[in-house]
Design a protein around this ligand. Structure first.
Ligand code: CS2
Ligand code: MN
Length: 395
């Protein structure tokens, strides 16, 4: 049994079309109603309209990514009760349309963070890059977050100073713009003042409190999801450690176990993202599949290269620190044991070839993802033994 291949589509305004995704060989699409403000309910009509577009293009809407969790829910303040009621209602509507898997994350304020979205690779393609010293410099000298100095070691602060002194205004501006990028699927940026206000709102929320808020949220939505036959899949933090003094609680295998145990249910599951978990050296990517595999409902397979100083870039899918061969083998075994085909997407890809001249959502140009997906497909088919079967029949 092979994985169900998908790509993320940001909706009708995405420069990558449904036809492009189908030509990449995908059977399914991963999307969200990005036009609905976070916290509001997704209407049945709006879901059906999106689903119709995807089905007309010959694919299925396999996974929702993301049904976003509002900042009020994450902080358990303000309108969180209304937002939770809306969330449950949205789940009802998604289930009524036959959609089965819903991904979300619980990262305060920001989703993924990078300092460079056009990091040149030796072959001329471009990748997403996180440079720790540049990010610390951004925090200390550009954003000027009041509590920043207490969050970094003296070595990190010294490295940030060195970075600041050795870079041009233009390079600093690039880091500034990249670090303030909006959530995936949005084309805007955060204003520095907006980020500082959002950070202030989290002053009372430490890691323990955030975890409690997540478990409360799960207690409120997982029973409904289970009754509806839905699978919820939490996406890990990216990068998997605190950012701008904000706590992050979905970063390690221990975090994943705690989440699963907090509300035991087949509906309380994981999105296994190798790119996010992989930049933290202690995370054993194949071990996580072995120990938590029954809870995995969705796969993001991409690779990174990282060092011990917290720098990383997004490497080619089969050419990074993660042992993608071992991971795919483990996932094929898991699917065989569970007798299911898990949805997968290549997550991000390099900006390359014609896409170097196009503007797409960072990380989500077509050709690089198509390449990543094709490499993963070859790996899967090879490992699943199909190739050998076929050649022996032909001989
Ligand atoms: C995604 C995440 O683009 C990506 O890296 O994997 O941003 C993911 O969409 C969200 O965190 C899931 O809620
Ligand atoms: Mn991911």
């Amino acid at each position: 049994m092979l994985m169900h291949e998908t790509m993320r589509w940001f909706g009708p305004h995405d420069p990558v079309s449904l036809s492009d995704i189908r030509q990449a060989g995908c059977a399914g699409v991963v999307t969200a109603l990005h036009q609905v403000p976070v916290g509001e309910m997704w209407s049945l009509a709006a879901i059906r309209e999106r689903q119709y577009l995807i089905e007309q293009a010959g694919m299925s809407w396999t996974v929702v990514e993301s049904l976003p969790v509002s900042e009020d829910i994450k902080r358990r303040s303000g309108h969180y009760l209304t937002h939770i009621a809306n969330y449950r209602e949205s789940l009802h509507h998604l289930a009524a349309c036959g959609i089965k898997v819903v991904t979300y994350n619980f990262m305060p304020v920001l989703d993924w963070v990078r300092t460079d979205i056009s990091y040149p690779l030796p072959d001329g393609s471009k990748a997403l890059y996180f440079e720790r010293a540049a990010f610390v410099a951004f925090d200390l000298f550009m954003l000027k977050r009041p509590a920043a100095t207490s969050d970094y070691s003296s070595i990190e602060i010294a490295l940030a100073h060195a970075w600041w002194q050795s870079h041009t205004d233009e390079q600093k501006d690039t880091v500034f713009r990249n670090a303030l990028l909006g959530l995936p699927g949005s084309t805007g940026r955060f204003e520095p003042a907006e980020i500082l206000t959002a950070l202030t709102a989290y002053q009372q929320v430490d890691a323990d409190q955030l975890r409690e808020n997540l478990f409360y949220f799960l207690g409120e939505v997982i029973p409904a999801a289970e009754a509806l036959g839905l699978k919820m899949a939490i996406h890990p933090d990216d990068p998997p450690y605190p950012v701008l003094g904000l706590p992050r609680i979905v970063s390690t295998e221990a975090d994943l176990h705690r989440i699963i145990q907090a509300v035991p249910s087949p509906a309380n599951g994981l999105c296994y993202c190798t790119g996010s978990l992989g930049v933290r050296s202690g995370n054993d990517l194949t071990g996580i599949i072995q120990r938590l595999g029954t809870h995995i409902h969705f796969l993001h397979l991409r690779n990174t290269r990282h060092d011990d100083a917290g720098n990383f870039f997004e490497a080619a899918h089969l050419d990074g620190d993660a042992d993608m061969v071992g991971i795919v083998r483990e996932l094929l075994l898991l699917m065989k044991q569970r007798n299911i085909s898990l949805p997968v997407r290549p997550d991000h890809g390099h900006q390359m070839l014609d896409d170097l001249h196009k503007t797409t959502y960072p990380g989500y140009s077509c050709i690089g993802r198509l390449k990543g997906l094709a490499e993963l497909r070859g790996l899967q088919v090879g490992l699943a033994g199909k190739l050998l079967e076929k050649t022996s029949k032909e001989v």
